[in-house]
Design a protein around this ligand. Sequence first.
Ligand code: ZN
Length: 395
Amino acid sequence: MSGFLYISNMKKILIFLFLIPQILLAQNNWCGTVNKMLANPATEKEQNLMQKIRTNITNNSSNKNQDSLLIIPTVVHIIHTNGIGDISDLQVHDGMRVINEDFRRTNADTINGNPIFYPFAADCKIEFRLAKLDPNGDSTSGITRTDTALYPHPEPTDPAFDNVKYAINWPPHMYFNIWVVRHILAGTSGYSQYPGTAFTYGGPWETYGVVIRSYEWGTIGTSSSDGRVATHELGHCLGLYHTFLSYSATCGAECDTTGDQVCDTPPTLPTNGCNTANQCSNDMMGPSPFTQDMTDQLENYMSYNSCQNMFSLGQKDRMRGFLTTLDTLNGLYLDNNLIATGLMQPTVITELSINENRKLLKIVDVLGRETTNKKNMPLFYLYDDGSIEKKIIVE
Ligand SMILES: [Zn+2]
């Protein structure tokens, strides 16, 4: 007998390439490693991909029709040791509330920012929602719990860098993975991996996502924070650099090619304070929206300051540029994936039509590995018309 779970029609599926992960560390809003996605000099592959992303960034910012809400199915993996480090579902939900308020700019503290930046503050129109169906098509809370003695280490060269990620991860072309851990070695609060396997500091897709300490997640239960390390780390995962890009410790030059490459976040230098400052005077170089030298945007989530409360419009366009360009990410928010992850009613399936002339290209498992027609496990069937079927052949 054969069981047919559902059909999805995602454009592409994930590609796994080489393991060259990069981390971004945050400790009390401090990231220890601040390298860039592109090596210097960048490879041709990196340059080409970045050019594609830039084109989509421009399209996103110039075409208001592309300002639609992007819903990202999300799974929170709680990594605990015999209950130590475990957090309640309620705390998981509270952490989701914080990141979504920040990404939608419905956070209560927007009025604490410098009014000069109000016109540049963005509702990113991105929402992270806990999945309701797991990779097998079964009902889920979008929260998993794994009992293990593993601690992750934030250094990419350390063998423990990806240990909890390999302990459990859900297919990254369907779910955004967040690992909430009891402890991170080297005293780090959280770290992320840049998107894209082609980038020097990207990495394999199954390790893509955010690792964060449990007491930085949400504002209730075991949390001792405002939950915004997660907001910051999610920004990195969607292609954002720090506003100060401390690796260079200079103000850079033109706003679109130096610094954080976002023009409405004034160039600045590393700072840990919330006192008004103006560390760079090249704010108007390049395609800048500013007509005067601005003070530093201390309230930006991608700074290290504790007075964070905004992403900028330019950061929004950049994040949406990455989301809509990269093959693994640009299926996440599509209707068929929202159906597959239980976030949209499956009646939409009836709108999909199957092309009878299509040819099967290959079969891959949930981790994107090519495989044969195995029984009793969910597999993805990729066809030459770009459609994908997810099936389990049950014996
Ligand atoms: Zn950071």
